[in-house]
Design a protein around this ligand. Sequence first.
Ligand code: MSP
Length: 470
Amino acid sequence: MAKKYITTAIPYMNGDPHIGHAIDYCLGDVCARYYTLRGNEVRLQAGTDEHGNKIFNKAKEVGVSVQEFVDEKTETFKNFIEKLGVSYTDFVRTTDPEHMKRVQEIWKKLEKHIYRAKYQGWYCTGCERFITDKEYEENGGICPDHNKSYERLEEENYYFRISDFKDRILEAITSGEMKILPDFREKEIIKLLKESPDVSVSRPISQLTWGVPIPGDESQVTYVWIDALSNYLTVLGYPDEDISEWWPAAAQFVGKDILRFHAIIWPAMLLGLGLPLPKTIVSHGMILADGQKMSKSVGNVINPIEVVEKYGLDAFRYYFLRHIDTFSDSNFTWQRFSDAYNNELANDLGNLVQRLSTLAMKNNISIEETEYEFTKEYNELMEKFYFSKALDYVWVRIQELNKRIDAEKPWSLAKNGETEKLQKCLKNLISDLLANAKMLEPFLPASSEKIFEIFRGSITSPETPLFPKG
Ligand code: MSP
């Protein structure tokens, strides 16, 4: 079976984890669990992006050394990832000496596409991005994502010749060699790629000290995105180790705000290194709170751990993977969350398990161990990364099962002494429930396991409801 390498964006260590970070992890994790269940050998990377002025300044503001600051933030993020049940296999910090050494080697390999020139223009520290004059004008000098004025820069930098790779990247996108999802984002990238200038890939040390030094030029430090994007390779051991078993990645999950880096600079770097391009870049939307961008100053930031502690991990995963659309921006409201919890998890699924286990126990049903296969429709949705649609699909089947119990009335069969018919009816219903539980496994691993425990061998009743009413 093929090996699959799946990656998630590495968050900046300038703040605490929030719901937006959770989305990357949930998507990557579902994908990893799905392919593991299909029999693939899977590696799921996670990590932390620790360089740059944004982080450096934050540490100064708090009054601790930068190293201390990022060490502490990384611990917080690691705990967060654990709490979300993320099945990552590899973790990378951009301040790892090994990673930094490898970034320098990557730089050396790219040198023939790099030249020195003067940069005069704008920069956004929030995005860690050089801004074109056109964008500056369009946005009135203020970054719409960070609500901060762009900074004016005049400095000598190294540039990466994106123009060397534009045609090849375009061809890879249009031929499907490197798929960008969703399609409407792919179209945006094609347009952006055509207009894309060469990018500045270093900053003078006078402007940025907290970063990877450029090999052979102590006056310059690597631009954070070159350092950060390299993580996907350095964590596999590149360039010291042969990574051909794992690279190209099967899927790279990123938010729409950072798609341009992953769909333009990143492929250019890979081509410059002579490496194949990722098979798919999956770009997810943003989560809004009550229709607004989440921000500390508005006070509408949703803390994912609060949701997990209140409702349980599977309920969190369920909501964010089904009701937050995989590709477009979605809104979070506590009302919608609690409606989904009560109506769908507690009523549709929880009651179904309760009803069937009670009926099965009363009537001495036992279930043989069988392997449940994923359906074709489910596989198609999962392979296309339509995770929210795959959950919709399973849910229709769960609701149909509830209706079937009502229609087939096993309690009447029992009352009329139709034992054989009753056995068959309950066995069929349970087996269909278990087939659905199997398809829920990548999404709700603990609940799926609990359902299998209840219906394995001689059936037991769940000690506590699967989803207690909240
Ligand atoms: N450090 C860079 C990524 C480097 S990857 C080589 C970065 N960090 S971030 O902390 O700003 O964002 C990390 C991930 O969280 C990104 O995929 C981003 O899109 C995602 N989200 C941050 N806020 C979000 C929402 N409100 N909603 C959904 N995801 C968003 O960018």
